[in-house]
Design a protein around this ligand. Structure first.
Ligand code: SAM
Ligand code: SF4
Length: 334
């Protein structure tokens, strides 16, 4: 392995790191969390300085893109300290891009600061444009606050991509109008299948699950879908909508395998590095950093990349468990 590049056993260059900065969230989306969640004690979390050390070490190892996620990244206290640090690394050409994935609840407050810090693109998760359904899905969220946040973010100059989880019987009747609305606003949109991650209490993912192929079929009844060669750093596959010229992404972890081109790893807010979203093998970067400093951290990262598996084997099937992976998406970061 070259000193400044992480290459896994299958020859894939790993240059994209997603970091969950907190497992906490101000929403309780039905597919993501149980209503009454137990969160980690705050003292178990890496400090923002430690997360910055991990990011800097990844950059020394060739990481080009870092995405902060959660839980809700913008509810972590003083998160702008970390974002400003990473933004400065972009300005110094040590990093190509810093992005965040957010539920939008705090965007109205943070949009300008994010742009000033050097963030240029954000992903905002929104599953419906109906305020009652919005509260039904997020349990604790208010649609108006998120729409206001989106307006602010657009005004601040941030490029926005919406993430929408397809939910059978909940938002499936709305997805075409969401695609149109996103186009009118100048937002890209990616539609995601529910993944079996973490206990969600009494909710059943089998009831929620809707294949993205089905969504694509429904969209094709309204629009002309043109297969696109566009590729992003993420796992989405794209189509162009003939009528609007808009690009729509699909993330289909269950029905299609996006593992061959996987270029990423994920770190939890406690410093566990997961080599695959759908596998449990991990490396304890917190321990390496705290016991052996940045040198030990670097060695631990290189060793872990040498164990990155080829792929996952998610499945949501009748009779099978509701969760293929015990940790929640909010722990590993979506
Ligand atoms: N709180 C932020 C948000 O909602 O954007 C960031 C974290 S959230 C875990 C990241 C993304 O994962 C969101 O787009 C969310 O819809 C998605 N997500 C969460 N749980 C999921 C699941 N079980 N299956 C598919 N997507 C999920
Ligand atoms: Fe929170 Fe995001 Fe999970 Fe919804 S999807 S509960 S906003 S972490």
């Amino acid at each position: 392995m070259q000193e400044n590049q992480l290459i896994d056993p299958f020859g894939r260059i790993v240059d994209y790191v997603r970091i969950s900065v907190t497992d906490r969230c101000d929403f309780r989306c039905v597919y993501c969390m149980a209503e009454h969640m137990t969160f980690l004690p705050k003292k178990e979390l890496l400090t923002l300085e430690e997360i910055a050390d991990v990011c800097d070490t990844f950059m020394e190892l060739g990481t080009k893109k870092i995405r902060l996620t959660g839980g809700e990244p913008l509810v972590r206290r003083n998160i702008m300290h970390l974002i400003s640090h990473l933004g400065a690394q972009v300005k110094n050409n040590n990093l190509e891009e810093i992005t965040i994935t957010t539920n939008g609840s705090q965007l109205h407050k943070f949009a300008d600061s994010l742009f000033d810090a050097g963030v240029r693109r954000i992903n905002v998760s929104i599953d419906t444009l109906d305020s009652e359904k919005f509260t039904q899905i997020t349990r604790w969220g208010k649609l108006d606050t998120v729409l206001n946040g989106l307006r602010q973010a657009k005004q601040s100059g941030l490029k926005i991509k919406l993430n929408t989880v397809a939910l059978k019987g909940i938002n499936d009747d709305e997805l075409s109008s969401m695609v149109l609305w996103a186009g009118e606003q100048g937002f890209d949109i990616t539609i995601i299948e529910v993944m079996p991650m973490g206990d969600i209490g009494s909710e059943n993912r089998l009831d929620q699950y809707m294949s993205v192929s089905e969504v694509e079929q429904k969209l094709s009844e309204k629009f002309t879908l043109i297969q696109s060669n566009h590729q992003s750093a993420g796992p989405a596959r794209y189509v162009d909508i003939g009528e609007t010229g808009q690009r729509v992404g699909f993330i289909t972890p269950l029905t299609h395998n996006f593992c061959e081109s996987c270029n990423r790893v994920r770190m939890t807010c406690t410093g566990q590095l997961y080599l695959c979203l759908g596998q449990d093998d991990n490396a304890n970067l917190a321990l390496a950093l705290r016991s052996e400093g940045k040198k030990g951290l670097k060695e631990a990262i290189i060793e872990a990349i040498g164990r990155k598996p080829l792929g996952h084997d998610f499945a949501i099937e009748r009779g099978s468990s509701n969760q293929a992976v015990s940790r929640h998406m909010s722990v590993t970061g979506g």
